[in-house]
Design a protein around this ligand. Structure first.
Ligand code: C5P
Length: 292
């Protein structure tokens, strides 16, 4: 199974709701940076991850929780060993845990011979985490509600990215809480209308997409990791069209004009001392699926 990472091209965050979540308007974009998830019959259920740093095991892992949720709902399913090869940064704002959960749902349904629909898996996924439905869907999509209500976006363009990975992760609830705090004491920047991004994608113009990139959580992520400002600046100085913090961060996504430019930006950024490592990626990529 392969499960894609996501970048938020646009992320507007509404006020804190009574249930502890925020209403979002998000343009999700799946990229070809993916975890490999192997699901095999086993005597006892397990989840292992390589490298294991910071990734929970068993049902504390979202992939393990996904298998358990599908088993509960359909009242069928033998134990499985889930082995994850991690390429998506952990606690990086790219929905890596959600990607693994999406892969586990699709993979377990296939292994257990459960006839299901994307819609049913999306329902189960939405209960596991706000980003799981998009990891099932892939492509480019607008998410509303907690981010789990999706509609596809017409996009005529392949986007070339450099991802700058941070040495330290950020906790998603902590970043949302920091945004609430910043809004209480001031007026952090807000993204413009989502329509600007949708028009840029429909028009197929990378420069227009770059101009429309925006994320309400960026100020909060920078407040918790001030070094991200330097990463964003260094990426643009290296030749990227624009940069944005992905989701709750701290991964910085830098949009480049083409594949050649992305390779050059990656090389220069890698030597800038403003991030732990860099990856090159393109999108849109498909949602969680069986490969090989
Ligand atoms: O849905 P998920 O488990 O990924 O959310 C993790 C946390 O991120 C939530 O507990 C909440 O603090 C925050 N969050 C939010 N509003 C959203 C999505 C997530 O406040 N729409």
């Amino acid at each position: 199974m392969q499960a894609p990472a996501k970048i938020n091209l646009h992320l507007g965050v509404g006020p804190l709701r009574d249930d502890g979540y925020h209403d979002l308007v998000s343009v999700f974009h799946a990229v070809d940076l993916a975890d490999d998830v192997v699901i095999a019959p086993a005597v006892r259920s397990s989840v292992t991850c390589e490298p294991a740093d910071g990734v929970p095991s068993g049902t504390d892992n979202l992939a393990g929780a996904a298998a358990a949720a599908l088993r509960r709902r359909r009242k069928t399913g033998s134990p499985v060993a889930i082995s994850i090869t991690k390429r998506i940064p952990v606690a990086g704002g790219m929905a890596g845990g959600s990607a693994d959960a999406a892969a586990a749902l699709v993979g377990c349904a296939a292994l257990w011979g459960i006839e299901t629909t994307r819609g049913e898996l999306i329902d189960i996924g939405a209960e596991l985490g706000s980003d799981v439905p998009f990891a099932l869907t892939g492509g480019t999509a607008v998410g509303t509600g907690r981010g789990e209500r999706l509609s596809p976006v017409l996009s005529r363009i392949r986007l070339h990215w450099v991802l700058a990975l941070s040495a330290e992760g950020l906790s998603t609830p902590a970043v949302f809480a920091e945004l609430d705090r910043l809004r209480e004491i001031g007026d952090p920047p807000r993204v413009g209308p989502v329509e600007t991004m949708l028009a840029a994608l429909a028009g197929g113009d990378a420069a227009a997409v770059a101009a429309a990139l925006g994320n309400d959580l960026q100020a909060a992520a920078i407040s918790l990791q001030p070094g991200l400002r330097r990463t964003l600046r260094a990426g643009v100085a290296a030749g990227a069209l624009a940069g944005v913090v992905s989701g709750s961060g701290p991964t910085v996504a830098l949009l480049c004009a083409d594949a050649e430019s992305a390779a050059a930006v990656a090389a220069e950024l890698a030597g800038s001392g403003t991030c732990r490592s860099v990856r090159v990626a393109t999108g849109p990529a498909p949602g969680a699926r069986v490969v090989g």
